[in-house]
Each structure stands twice: as C-alpha cells, then as structure tokens.
Design a protein around this ligand. Sequence first.
Ligand code: NAD
Length: 358
Amino acid sequence: MYKVTLIPGDGTGPEITEASRRVFEATGVKFEWDVQNAGEDVYNQEGNPLPDRVIDSIKRNKVAIKGPITTPVGTGFRSVNVTLRQTLDLYSCVRPCKTYTGAKTRYDNIDLVIFRENTEDLYAGIEYEKDSEGAKGVIDLVQKLSGREIRQDSGISIKPISVFGTERIVRAAFEYARKNKRKKVTSVHKANIMKFSDGLFLEVSREVAKDYPDIEFEDRIVDNMCMQLVQKPELYDILVLPNLYGDIVSDLAAGLIGGLGLAPGANISSEYAVFEATHGSAPKYKGLNKVNPLGVILSGVMMLRHLGEIEAADRLDNAIAAIIKEGKDVTYDMKPTPDDPTAATTSGMADAIIARLK
Ligand code: NAD
C-alpha cells in the first residue's frame, strides 16, 4: 500500500485527477490517497492557496500526484506550482516527450526527455514592481555599480543562475541518461547574450559532462534549438535547460508529440517527487468532462516507475498505447478534427484504459 498525496488542482484539474485515480487503482497497485486541495478556492476559503497542510502531507508521504492549478495573471497570489517546487526544492523537472503510434502529430518517432531546472532563473520570484522602493533601489544600485541607466518606469525581474543549481540539474540529466541507456545530453542556453547567467549554465554543463565520457555532450543556443526541434527533432535525445527556456521548450516538445493533452512530467528533489502534467488548468473547459486525462495518467506511469512498480507501469503504458493506436476512445484533441462527435469524454477515456487493463 502506497500512501500518496493527491492534489486535485482547479479548472479541469479535479475531473482529470478523478479519472486518473481510477486508472491508477485499476493497475492493481494499492494506494491510499491523502487528498489535499490547493489553489484559488482554497485561497478564498483559507487565505492561502498553498496551506502548510499540503506541504506537510507531501513531506510525510514523499510522493504526490497533482492536477494543474490556475495562477492569476498580473496581480493576486504567486503561482502555487512555482511555490511548491521552491518550498520542497523540487529542482529537477523531468518531461519525457514520446510519440505514440496513432497520436495526431506531424512527427513520427519523437523520443525526447527534457530536464528543466525548477528553482532559479527568472522564475526565482525576485521581482520589483514599477515605482516600488525595491525597483528604485535596484535601479540606483545598478547605476552606481555599472553606470548603466535603467528607465525609472521599469518593473524588474532578477535572473539568478548558480553553480550549485546548474550542477545538480545537469548531473540529474546525465544520471538519467546513464540509467536509461540514452546517448546524448544537449545543454540549452543563451550564453552569447547573458554571459554571466546562461554563460555560467553552459560552463558548468561542460564541467559536469567531463564526468560522463560515455555520454555525448553538446550545447545549443535556445533560439536555434527551437528551430532545430521543429526541423529535425530526431537529432536530439536529452535536453537540459534553465527554468524559463525549459518551460517554453517543454510546450514546444509537447506540440511535437500531439499536444499538451498527453505530455507528462515529474518534479523531483533528493527526497520528494511530485508528478504532474505539463499542461495548465485549461479553465475554459472546466466541468465539461472534455479534456484529455493522459497528461496526468502518463505522469502516473512515471510515478509507478518511481515507486518501483515497473510491471504495473509497463502494463498501464501498453494499455494507453493500445487506446491511442485504436483512436476510438480518445478525447477531442486526439481526433482528426476537434469537433469530432465520436470524441470520448475525460472519464470515458479513463474507462477505456481501465477496460484494457482488465
Ligand atoms: P493550458 O495548458 O491550461 O491550456 C492551453 C491550451 O492547451 C488549452 O486551451 C487547450 O486547448 C490545451 N490543453 C491543455 N490541457 C489540455 C488537456 N488536458 N486536454 C486537451 N487540451 C488541453 O495553459 P494556459 O491556458 O496558458 O493556462 C491556464 C492556467 O493554468 C493558468 O492559470 C496557468 O498559470 C496555469 N498553469 C498551471 C500549470 C500547473 O499547474 N503546473 C502549468 C501551466 C499553466
């Protein structure tokens, strides 16, 4: 029996996680779910979108599976997702992107794994609002230190990238490569422009690569990387990126395999693992029982592997592959056209996977 924290999330999160939970139980692996709500409703009720009880539960159980959580744009509370990753130091965001036969995509045979650094970079949350004391202080300091003028009406976000943070994410990528018999790691950056942040990321990547002579290493500038992924994705294997590029390139890679609906992920620290899809809460589809649950279900396949339930993980992955190949019991986003009347519902797709497992 595995005790796992289950965070339903908001928007389409609750319907997706409910469908996914039934699928995980149908593998025969025994779970005891510690359900913990977080997000906008919790903010309205408890004054904090990520109460301590959620963090405490993950600390107790070590493993969590999570639905997406909405982040208000501009004002309001800070992203629950980012806060969770920082609080638990879930530094390694692992996002495999693999094509399944039958998925609606322009590409065959994509097999990429993205390692996104999860705690630093422009996502560190060190920001100063226009006209604030902080913004004025930074503008004055920069003027004093470098003689450079930042316009007085600027908002400011700080981009820290450390040796410590880079070394552990690059090492995680190489360790994964070794364990999973992958051939190459590509470090992605913009070191030509941001010499001291991305430059450091590249330099540390090169240093870590020396410890793994059995695995090929190369680097790419992020804009070129985006073009190459669209033109010749088959040249790439494992990508390691700072936080912001990792976020953007993850969605690009999800597009290569058929969309956000089927891109899974894991956020991992040395102690804890939180599994969640790449996609967000898709609020416009909330309550419609319409969106694809595969992002979370495939994150569950990763969770089963993490728990050592390899046979159950393989069985579930095969059942999913069979459903996708058949193309009948899949949601609208996997049909030839989005208005296809034969599209399965969120729960219907989960039912079809469960039937396959039996
Ligand atoms: P989104 O991923 O929610 O949706 C973008 C588009 O992708 C949708 O319009 C939909 O067409 C498609 N899509 C997403 N999930 C799908 C699914 N399961 N099945 C089928 N199609 C799907 O991105 P967004 O609209 O930019 O963000 C909505 C909210 O989610 C924002 O508040 C954002 O901050 C949040 N978000 C949360 C997470 C997270 O919880 N980890 C990640 C990304 C975004």
